[in-house]
Design a protein around this ligand. Structure first.
Ligand code: PMP
Length: 462
């Protein structure tokens, strides 16, 4: 269906007038020219004026199996007709029970307890609340500090935002200031030109250990980390980073929360990246997005047997983990999750992602040769180009130039949506993308970067 009819301008007006979007910029509230899409198929969406665009970021890193998947839609429809909703508080339904079982089969180590949430933020919130609950029960109420990292994004609820480290998001909203300690940027691209990568890694590990020691190990409850810092600009820490962080955590009795909201469900070619890609068994994993292929909201906080043993049986005293949502384990979301897993398994989606990743990386790396591109980085099917005024000197463009948005604009004109983040563009296409489609995506991206370079040259800023 196309929206290009006499009513479309009204729809845009209603959107501008009544729909407060995420991260709404208040200075141009009501004047947005957002792209509307009303249908999609595979890796493509169709915009209001009938343009077919490759969805570079797969929505918000979530539409793993692409658009128009009738199997998922039918599974949701059947569940809605049979039993749309039943309270998860005192009762149960087989769809979330089966999904919890399927997830537990695929998690690392003893992460067998799935606490369903409504998305990624509530998964992170629930993880932190569980850690606080556990430490209260263990008689360690002072062990509550969470260590996070600059550039991390963990969500928009109060606790999740309080452990998020993107500086630009901290200006206008309050956070729980006493909860978190932030470690410096782990982006290897930002290291001093004379610093070897192993020295950089040692420095980052020392940052974690020193922060624990300065805060006092008796006060630090958990370390939270995305395997790759995605919204922060697809930052891939040096090899061995997560394993060494886990060793430090174990040394000081600090729990490790691995936030796999983006990396889970196939983005890096595995169900979960923590163990299969980074070799760690965390204490808690959070996930969301791809678990329903973005068809309906759902998230989960997955807790290890070890932690559950700390708070249950005799250890549980008379305590209740009083945290939960009306829609924890929503049957329709669970049906979408079960079908997503079934299709991924049946169609060998993990194997497919692993097979096309080298090609993705090859084309990504080639972008680094463009004069505007300072760094082209990524892992699995996640990529980012970071633009600079002078690649040799690594100096960033004036951030207010919004170069990411300029590239996105040119790419949309040529058939590709990106996710612009200040001077970066991020992309994480649906996992079902073929090599031919990847080729097309990178061709358009390259063209968009070249056109933006010409614009900047005309403006005299490049
Ligand atoms: N954690 C990470 C790593 C994320 O990338 C996001 C969302 N981009 C969240 C948590 C929050 O998820 P949601 O938007 O579903 O609440």
């Amino acid at each position: 269906m196309t929206l290009l009819n006499s009513d479309f301008q009204s729809v845009r007006d209603w959107d501008n007038k009544h729909f407060l979007h995420p991260w709404e910029g208040m200075s141009y509230l009501g004047q947005n020219e957002r792209t509307f899409a009303e249908s999609g198929l595979g890796i493509h969406v169709v915009t209001e004026d009938g343009k077919r665009l490759i969805d570079g970021p797969a929505g918000m890193w979530c539409v793993q199996l692409g658009y128009g998947n009738t199997e998922i839609a039918d599974a949701m429809g059947q569940q809605a007709k049979a039993m749309a909703y039943f309270s998860p508080f005192n009762n149960a339904n087989s769809a979330p029970a089966r999904l919890a079982h399927e997830i537990a089969k695929r998690t690392p180590g003893d992460l067998n307890h799935v606490f369903f949430t409504t998305g990624g933020s509530t998964a992170v919130d629930s993880a932190i609340r569980f850690v606080q609950f556990r430490n209260n029960l263990l008689g360690k109420p002072e062990k509550k500090i969470v260590i996070s990292r600059q550039k991390a994004y963990h969500g928009s609820t109060y606790l999740a935002a309080s452990v998020s480290g993107k500086e630009r998001d901290k200006g206008w909203l309050d956070q729980a200031s006493d909860l978190t300690r932030f470690l410096p940027n782990v982006n290897p691209y930002t290291r001093r030109p004379d610093q070897m990568i192993n020295d950089f890694l040692d420095e980052k590990i020392a940052d974690l250990e020193n922060t624990i020691l300065q805060t006092g190990a008796g006060k630090v409850a958990a370390f939270i980390a995305e395997p790759i810092l995605c919204s922060g600009g697809v930052i891939v820490p040096p090899r061995g980073y997560h394993q060494r962080c886990l060793e430090i955590c174990r040394k000081y009795d600090v729990l490790y929360i691995s936030d796999e909201v983006v990396t889970g469900f196939g983005r890096l070619g595995h169900w979960f990246a923590s163990e299969d890609v980074f070799g760690i068994q965390p204490d808690i994993i959070t996930c969301a997005k791809g678990m329903t292929s973005g068809y309906v909201p759902m998230g989960a906080c997955i807790i290890s047997d070890r932690l559950i043993a700390d708070v249950s049986g005799d250890n549980g005293q008379d305590a209740t983990f009083s945290n939960g949502f009306t829609y924890s384990g929503h049957p329709v979301s669970a049906a979408a999750g079960l079908k997503t897993i079934e299709i991924m398994e049946r169609d060998g989606v993990m194997e497919h992602v692993r097979a096309i990743t080298p090609f993705f990386e090859e084309r990504l790396q080639a972008l680094a040769d463009l004069p505007l591109v300072g760094d082209a980085r990524g892992m699995g099917l996640v990529g980012c180009v970071e633009c600079v005024a002078d690649a040799e000197a690594n100096n960033l463009l004036d951030l207010d130039k919004s170069v990411g948005a300029m590239i996105d604009h040119h790419c949309q004109e040529n058939g590709l949506i990106l996710r612009p983040i200040i001077n970066m563009c991020v992309f994480s296409p649906p996992l079902i993308i073929t090599e031919g489609e990847l080729n097309e995506m990178f061709d358009i991206l390259e063209k968009g970067i070249r056109l933006t370079t010409e614009d900047l040259t005309h403006q005299g800023v490049f």
